[in-house]
Design a protein around this ligand. Sequence first.
Ligand SMILES: Cc1cc2nc3c(=O)[nH]c(=O)nc-3n(C[C@H](O)[C@H](O)[C@H](O)COP(=O)(O)O)c2cc1C
Length: 179
Amino acid sequence: MNILIAYHSDYGNTKKMADAIAAGIRAANAALQPVLKLAEQTSQDDLLDADVIFFGTPVHMGSMAWPMKKLIDEAGKLWMEGALEGKVGGVFVSGGGFGNAGGGVETTMIALHAHFLEQGMVIIGFPKHLSGYAEGGLHWGAYGRSGNHEGMPASISDASLVAARSYGAHVVEMAEKII
Ligand SMILES: Cc1cc2nc3c(=O)[nH]c(=O)nc-3n(C[C@H](O)[C@H](O)[C@H](O)COP(=O)(O)O)c2cc1C
């Protein structure tokens, strides 16, 4: 099974989540070697080669960062061909705050889901029984909040990285049943 984790990160929080998702996948099955790529370095062939695709982004002004949107828009030609149909997708998003999930984490996750669904992919959510759900899980996917209670930049918590790890393992476990 080929697994791609494509993400954008300016300050390293979303990258920490991408690394945690990869670690969770490897811990669940040492034979799996997920490929991590920045969105701007992700090609159409990378998408085609993957059986499982994770997209991760920080929230920027209530939605995804533009390099992720660029990748999605460029994948429009794959939509013309139905080339991503049947692949399995998962999403992770980091926001600053305020509010538990930040301002726009959920809408950003839904925007990523919309893309996966448009491509005919199968989305795996984040069920509440997984480790870390209370700190880093939303039913849409894994999230991390990097702002502190004063709304200033800080860092996502180790607890939210536990959630990202268990989410990575879960998506792949589900993909093994589907593919
Ligand atoms: C241009 C810009 C816009 C942002 N807009 C939001 C926002 O709308 N809601 C939010 O919760 N955080 C917002 N943030 C904060 C980032 O989402 C947050 O710091 C995130 O954890 C950064 O991830 P990164 O370290 O991977 O770059 C914004 C940050 C930037 C740079």
